[in-house]
Write a protein that binds this ligand. Structure first.
Ligand code: FAD
Length: 658
């Protein structure tokens, strides 16, 4: 029996039941679907992971991943939600992720019926492949300052798309380099010399037969990156490219044949449906962390280092510091997963209100949650992957561990679809507005409901706990709420003081209060996440043993997050030094109690052994590492290295000239 199998027996709960909880979203149990997907990938000769792919050049990888993308399309259809949700089990990016997540939804949501009929079916069948070409060399986050122009020519009823400067070159969009036949692009609209702001256009890029760039299109790949090696992030320049009037996406904003521009009736509907993209990034954060924390935890029960008092080698997971690295990440994975589910429910409720009553009242709230969770979850996962890498010592640094690949694949998530700092500041803006409303006696609902008592919360001087055992869910809830409210209060005071000294709101926001705003936003999102976690346990977990272990994880999550705010909690006076001591002691107790549950908790993610693309999760870790290094590594040819013989051999023994 392997060590992992022995560990499974130590658990106090049935991990199959936990897996059902983890994979149930909005009342739908997706566990079997997830397991079937894994089986299909593992049994398909093209789709399954082969360690030899780790030795391929970027060019070879790109070609291999075209083969895999084509295969996925044959098996599932490229737009299948399964493919979108479970791509984290495929080591490199497939060639149609942006096509699926950005190109198709943009047309589906911003296009009128005719445009949807014209493009969406073709996109789903991959007859056309699309990029989402928004970002330029000069501007990304600041979309309003994009420089690409779309000038309407009423004579021919065409738009002329043009890149007037070097900095207006579209730069970064995935699929542009080699893949896309079309793109949606964002450009400043001009009609008869008048400017109408940023609008969205569908532009054909490559010939449908030869796949060569069309007239006026300069296009290519932007070169090597930290990761995303298979992804053809590209550049694109337009030289007075003419497209028909019908290619401006016109569900909301419209340009008539004669060149009259009409304003969107309600562009928020379009935005609401685009929120799904951010939701997928939030889902991806817990998925990637589930993958990597499972690798590190399994390896940690396999790996032994140093002997105990009886002379027996200790497995590294038995070191308290190792548990301190891994168990909080497992707790965060479950916490983020619970929040994701809550957001899915909120999203469906919002869409129902919009569709049935044209009621957009919950949209700002959801936008703020999505922006904040996107930021703090993707940051947590990226840093968590690095922690897992270190937790696997030297072998974590090897590509054969699977961890470097997960790190490089996940790393852009903190930047793309909205830079994390900017997203966190959007949540802060919502919090500031909510606080102002609360101070004027207005009604607050949803994630900010607790702020209606802002003044009372910040006037409560101190945490009431007198021992570590007082830190139950309720006490942690109170402390997290106080922390979040206090940090927000502090930034409100800062604005008030500086505005009193004559500073403008904009200057304070940009140059004086950014750090405090992001901290307030972080504390609020952690509190939202903690609450989502325990509500999910309370409302959806029927099995007692599973509920018990999840409650421990939830406590650990809350404690871990509170310990990340020593300054705020000390400054506000809510915690005395003794309270930090209680929290730390409670955390140590939880780490100890959760130690025998570790493997079963990662089993709850339901990732099958063959899905890991890692040598560290195989039963014979050293045997696999040795096998992959000696037989799957083309550098080991059995002959001296060519470069060595050519350059090193002649200088060996020479004395340097200087
Ligand atoms: C792998 C990858 C794939 C991508 N795919 C696509 C794609 O398919 N299509 C597409 O259009 N784009 C794509 N992008 C581009 C991406 O969306 C942008 O890079 C991203 O939105 C960040 O914008 P930026 O590069 O302009 O960063 P910047 O805004 O220049 O940010 C640089 C720094 O300045 C800070 N900063 C900027 N403004 C503020 C502010 N107001 N307050 C505080 N701090 C600020 C940021 O926090 C950041 O630290 C991709 C990027 C990557 C890395």
């Amino acid at each position: 029996m392997t060590q992992v199998e022995q560990e499974r027996k130590l658990a106090s709960f049935d991990s199959a039941k936990l897996a059902e909880v983890y994979h149930t979203v909005n009342g739908v149990n997706n566990l079997q679907r997830f397991l079937d997907f894994q089986k299909t990938i593992a049994s398909d000769p093209i789709l399954r992971f082969d360690p030899e792919e780790l030795a391929l050049s970027r060019e070879e990888l790109i070609s291999l991943y075209f083969k895999k993308t084509a295969r996925i399309h044959q098996v599932y259809g490229i737009s299948s939600m399964m493919v979108v949700e479970y791509v984290y089990l495929i080591p490199h990016s497939l060639h149609a992720t942006v096509h699926n997540l950005m190109f198709v939804p943009t047309i589906a949501n911003l296009g009128n019926d005719k445009q949807v009929a014209k493009f969406v079916d073709d996109a789903i069948s991959l007859k056309i492949i699309g990029a989402y070409a928004q970002t330029e060399l000069g501007h990304g986050s600041d979309v309003q300052s994009l420089e690409t122009t779309a000038t309407y020519d009423p004579e021919t009823e065409e738009f002329i798309i043009h890149s007037p400067t070097l900095s207006s070159t579209k730069w970064w969009p995935g699929e542009l380099g080699f893949n896309a036949t079309h793109c949606v692009t964002h450009a400043q609209l001009y009609i008869k010399g008048k400017h109408y702001g940023i609008q969205t256009f569908v532009v054909p890029l490559r010939d449908m037969e030869t796949h060569m760039p069309l007239k006026g299109i300069t296009i290519g790949d932007i070169g090597p990156k930290l990761g995303f090696h298979t992804k053809d992030n590209g550049y694109l320049r337009f030289d007075n490219v003419r497209i028909p009037r019908e290619n401006m996406l016109m569900k909301y904003a419209k340009v008539s044949k004669a060149g009259e521009f009409s304003k969107p009736a309600n562009e928020r509907v379009g935005y609401a449906t685009m929120m799904l993209v951010r939701l997928k990034l939030i889902e991806g954060a817990s998925n990637y962390l589930s993958l990597v924390s499972s690798i590190a935890t399994r390896y940690s029960v396999f790996r032994k280092q140093f002997k105990d008092e009886d002379g027996k080698e200790r497995m590294i997971l038995d070191y308290q510091t190792q548990m301190n690295k891994l168990m909080p990440l497992i707790a965060s994975t479950y916490a983020m997963n619970a929040s994701y589910k809550k957001i899915v429910t909120l999203y469906h409720e919002m869409m129902k209100q919009i569709k049935e009553k044209e009621d957009f009242s919950s949209m700002n709230e959801l936008h703020s949650i999505l922006s904040g969770c996107k930021s703090f979850f993707t940051w947590e996962t990226l840093l968590g992957i690095e922690v897992c890498r270190q937790a696997c010592g030297g072998h974590g640094y090897s590509e054969y561990s699977g961890i470097p690949l997960a790190f490089s694949a996940f790393s852009p998530h903190v930047t793309l679809e909205g830079d994390n700092t900017i997203m966190a500041l959007q949540t802060a803006r919502y919090l500031m507005k909510a606080a102002q409303k609360a101070l004027k006696g207005g009604k607050l609902l949803g994630s900010v409901e607790y702020l209606k008592h802002l003044k009372e919360i910040v006037s409560v001087q101190r945490c009431q706990a007198t021992s570590k055992s007082d830190f139950n869910l309720e006490a942690i809830d109170k402390a997290m709420q106080a922390n979040s409210a206090q940090l927000l209060w502090k930034v409100i005071q800062k604005f008030s003081t500086l505005m009193g000294e004559g500073e403008s709101m904009k200057e304070i926001w940009d140059r004086k209060a950014g750090i405090d705003l992001v901290e307030a936003s972080r504390a609020h999102i952690y509190y939202f996440t903690f609450k989502s976690f325990y509500e999910n346990i309370r409302d959806n977990v029927k099995d007692e043993a599973v509920a018990k272990v999840l409650t421990k994880l939830c406590l650990l999550y809350g404690i871990q997050k509170l310990l990340e705010f020593p300054l705020g909690l000390a400054e506000s006076g809510y915690f005395l030094p003794v309270h930090f001591g209680y929290l730390k002691a409670k955390k140590e107790e939880l780490l100890d109690e959760l130690r025998p549950e570790a493997i079963a908790l990662t089993d709850g993610f339901a990732i099958r052994d063959e899905s890991f693309y890692s040598a560290l999760t195989t039963p014979d870790v050293y045997g696999t590492l040795y096998d992959w290094a000696t037989t799957k590594n083309p550098l080991n040819t059995g002959k001296p290295n060519e470069g060595f013989m050519k350059y090193m051999k002649p200088v060996m023994g020479l004395k340097p000239k200087l």
